[in-house]
Design a protein around this ligand. Sequence first.
Ligand SMILES: [Zn+2]
Length: 276
Amino acid sequence: MGGSNSRYPSRRILLCFLISSQFWGFSVPNSLFQHNIEGFKDPGDGREDGFHEVHCSRERSRVAWKIIQEYLMPYVEKEQYQLPSNCRVYRDYDIYREQEEHKLHSDINEWRCGFCKKAFYEEKYLDMHFDSRHHDMLNASHGKCLADLCGALHCDLVVDTSRLKSKCNPAAAARNRHLCESLANTCFPVNNGPSANRLHEFFLRQFSDAHTCSGGSRPLSKKPKKRSMLYIIISSITLILLLLYYTFVYLCQRGLKSGSQELRRIRRNGLRKKPS
Ligand SMILES: [Zn+2]
C-alpha cells in the first residue's frame, strides 16, 4: 500500500516547494506549478501509470488532418462528393479525431479537456492527459494511422518550408507517388462519375505530381481563396451604390419624359387658344 504518491518522493519535495513558493509569494513559472499540481493530484495523468503506447504520431496525424482540411476537402465539398468508407483520408481513419475535437483552446495559455474540463497551460500537457486519461476515446479499431499518409500529403513542407529545397530522394519520391495514386484510386475511383473523375485528376495534380526528382510542379499549389469579411462588405456597398445609381437614372429619365410631355401639352393648348 503506502499510497501512489509515496512512489514519487522527489515530486513531493518539489510540490512542497511550489506550494510554499505560492504562499510566500516567490515567483515560480505558472506552467511548472500547474504541471506538477496536475501530476501530483493524479499520478495517472503522467506517462508513468496511465500512458498507453500507440504507434501513431499524434503531431503528424494532426498535420495530415490539417492538410486534408485545407487543401482537399474544400474541393470535395464543392463537388458535393461523398468519400467512400475505405478512403483513408476519411475522418474515421484518424485515431485521434475524437480527442482532437474535444480540445478547447479559449486562450493562448489555456487548453481545456472537453471530456472532463481539466485545464492545461500547453497543448502538449493536454495531449499527455488524453493519452493517459481518455485512451478509450482513441479510434484504433481499423489499425490505420493518418500520419502514415504524411509522405504523400507533404506534411514536412507544412511543418518546415525549407524542406522544399532539400535534396530529393528518388526512392522516397517514387514511394510517395505510389501512395498518392493508391489514395486517388480508392478515394476517387474514375468509374464513379464525373465528380470522382475531376477529383481524381485534382488529387494527382495537388499531391502526386510534385513527388518527382525531375522538377515536378509545386505541391499543394491550389488553395481555395477565402472570401474575407472586407471583401463581402465592399461587394455589398458596391451593389447598393449601383442600385441607387440606376434608380436615380431611371427616376431622372422618367421625370424628364413626363416634363417634356407636359411641355408639349401646354404648347398644344396654347396653339389651340390663339385663333379665338
Ligand atoms: Zn480529461
